[in-house]
Design a protein around this ligand. Structure first.
Ligand code: ATP
Length: 234
């Protein structure tokens, strides 16, 4: 299978005065289409940097980032804006929903700007929110709000679903159900899902695990039989 994503010798450095920090220090990895990927590493390992590069929110200092054959590292601002709009769905730790729109309106807003969207109501049903479409974010629990955020990202029908510590603000059980939902959505929509986390216990649920330390990949694992999240404890 040809890789959907290829990071080749990615360097992202920040210079402050005399000091240069390599947030990505020669990062190489691949991801295949439809995989559920966990990128794991301690605080400061460079996870968010990779997600920002992959999401077109930032460009590398040097190196190649192929997404579906295109080198997004060479994109200008306009191309990056289109890439983010058409190809990327984001799920954040703190949901980032629009407070004065209902669940349905939040999802529709995202699907309206996308090229080939999925039906907003249908996606909300798939994430278990048939009864909550008319609710505002403040009327929903954290787990429900994160379900809306996932529906919003998926309804764009993106090439990549990027999740930044998606359970970071949730309790243990709710966090587990959200991870189970992400895994299910990966299979239902054959979507490539990338989750960044500091929790290495999540590794067995992924098809591919990329371990980061000090801005470098120090190991990649492939799980032929990923474990259901219900069987993972931490
Ligand atoms: N805009 C910036 N300017 C300077 N240094 C930065 C910047 N962004 C990130 N860094 C540095 O790059 C390194 C990697 O940061 P990054 O946010 O990618 O790590 P992380 O693994 O996501 O950490 P966390 O889990 O704490 O969010 C850190 O040392 C950080 O201080």
């Amino acid at each position: 299978m040809c890789a959907l994503i290829e990071f080749k010798n990615i360097i992202k450095s920040y210079t402050m005065g005399d000091i240069t920090i390599h947030a990505s220090d020669g990062v190489n990895f691949e991801v295949n289409k439809g995989e559920f990927v966990v990128i794991v590493g301690a605080s400061g390992a460079g996870k968010t940097t990779i997600l920002n590069l992959l999401g077109g929110m930032d460009s590398p200092t040097s190196g190649t980032i192929l997404v579906d054959g295109q080198n997004i590292a060479l994109y200008d601002e306009k191309q990056l804006t289109e890439y983010r709009r058409d190809d990327i769905g984001f799920v954040f730790q703190f949901y980032n929903l629009i407070q004065n729109l209902t669940a349905l309106e939040n999802v529709e807003l995202a699907s309206q700007i996308s090229k080939n969207p999925l039906d907003a109501r249908h996606v909300l049903e798939r994430v278990g929110l048939s009864e909550r479409m008319a609710n505002f974010p403040a009327q929903m629990s954290g787990g429900e709000q994160q379900r809306v955020a996932i529906a919003r990202a998926i309804a764009k029908n993106p090439k990549l679903l990027l999740c930044d510590e998606p359970t970071g603000a949730l309790d243990y059980q709710t966090g587990k159900s959200i991870l189970g939902l992400l895994r299910e959505m990966c299979e239902t929509y054959q979507m490539t899902v990338i989750v960044i986390t500091h929790n290495s216990a999540l590794a067995p649920m992924a098809d591919r695990v990329i371990h980061l330390r000090n801005g470098k990949v120090y190991g990649v694992e492939l799980n032929e039989n990923p474990k259901p999240i219900e069987e993972i404890e931490w």
